[in-house]
Design a binder for this molecule. Structure first.
Ligand code: ATP
Ligand code: MG
Ligand code: FE
Length: 340
């Protein structure tokens, strides 16, 4: 199975030999090209530039992955590509290339939901989680708590009312003058921050419910930053307090979601899942409360082709595939997916 990811600013390609018993064991190759440098001057992703860069990089990456796997295109048995949600032009590049490749090779193609890809990424690791479980999906565009009864049977328990967790990291970093994309840089800076130097609130944890809101936190940080000496240590101190507030909030809501769903397994995925403090705090909460945590390796937290190959392989194995039209869905609710 060839997996193609082009929903935003990363071109990802992977080749997976599907083995239901050990889903991750069959990963033969993966290649990634990040457009971060291209968009850095603009402080955010420019959709038209993203599409054009996917056009430039996709086929070379497919060749690279095939070479790494020691395969030719004729060895492929299926093609999976991200069909949504994401930037329409960027999605169309992967969908058109993936659909055309499958048609030329006479193999089935399958359009994958990007967030289902993120959600299933921990299945690429040893000891993959078995449904039912609760998934925390925290990325650049989403903050979701999802009840997973079976693969494809998703109920959204909580969503963000404004910014996604990754977006809050990026915007806060930008406010404090860190270069785009600020999330990982802010997290690195937080490691030098002193505990207790600043404290921000844990939004929406004082009332029941599983939704998130991070834009007020961003405003609190902006005020603290503007009123501070804006020195290096202060920036690190604020970064630390901000990270603690986000992580605490996510941990509180995860505990509640597990209780509400009566689940003992928690899957964490999406770019913010790479955050060290979040990984450590959730693992610690799991030891205390008696739930088990499952994370993708760091490289598969952010966008990649491997998670798309995996989600596509599962859906093809259950008999689903795409028609001959090239179709993408820039907006697409996870709950609308059919069972796999
Ligand atoms: P979506 O999946 O919702 O469409 P996306 O694909 O842009 O959005 P991902 O690639 O999954 O998002 O993740 C990128 C996000 O993860 C960015 O917002 C980035 O700042 C954040 N991120 C990456 N590493 C870290 C980290 N160590 N700590 C906090 N945030 C991080
Ligand atoms: Mg990205
Ligand atoms: Fe993503």
């Amino acid at each position: 199975m060839l997996g193609i990811e082009t929903s935003c600013d990363e071109t990802g390609v992977a080749i997976l030999r599907w083995e239901p018993a050990a889903p991750g064991g069959g990963l033969l190759a993966h290649a990634l090209y990040s457009q971060i440098k291209l968009h850095a001057d603009y402080g955010g992703v420019v959709p038209e530039l993203a599409s054009r860069d996917h056009v430039r990089k996709l086929l070379p990456l497919v060749r690279e992955a095939l070479a790494e796997a020691g395969m030719t295109p004729a060895d492929l048995g299926g093609v999976a590509y991200t069909a949504g949600p994401g930037l329409v032009g960027a999605l169309l590049v992967g969908a058109a290339a993936g659909r055309a490749l499958a048609w030329a090779l006479g193999v089935p193609a399958i359009g994958v939901h990007h967030m289902e890809g993120h959600l299933l990424a921990p299945l690429l690791e040893e000891e993959p989680p078995q449904p039912p479980f609760v998934a925390l999906l925290v990325s650049g565009g989403h903050s979701l708590l999802v009840q997973v009864k079976a693969i494809g049977e998703y109920t959204i328990l909580g969503d963000t009312l404004d910014d996604a967790a990754g977006e809050a990291f990026d915007k806060t970093a930008k406010m404090m003058g860190l270069p785009y994309p600020g999330g990982p840089a802010l997290a690195r800076l937080a490691e030098q921050g002193r505990p207790g130097a600043f404290r921000f609130s844990r939004p929406m944890t004082d009332r029941p419910g599983l939704d998130f809101s991070f834009s007020g936190l961003k405003t609190q940080v902006l005020l603290a930053w503007q009123q501070s000496d804006q020195g290096e240590q202060t920036r690190a101190d604020i970064a630390r307090a901000f990270e603690e507030a986000i992580v605490d909030t996510l941990v509180i809501k995860c505990r509640r979601a597990l209780e509400a769903a009566g689940a003992q397994r928690l899957v964490i995925a999406g770019g913010v899942g790479a955050n060290r403090r979040l990984r450590a705090e959730l693992a610690a909460a799991g030891e205390k409360d008696g739930f088990r945590t499952y994370f993708p390796r760091l490289a598969f937290c952010t966008d990649n082709g491997a998670m798309i190959a995996l989600a596509g392989a599962i859906r093809l194995a259950s008999g689903q595939h795409q028609g001959e039209a090239v179709e993408v869905r820039p907006r697409w609710n996870l709950e609308d997916l059919p069972a796999a």
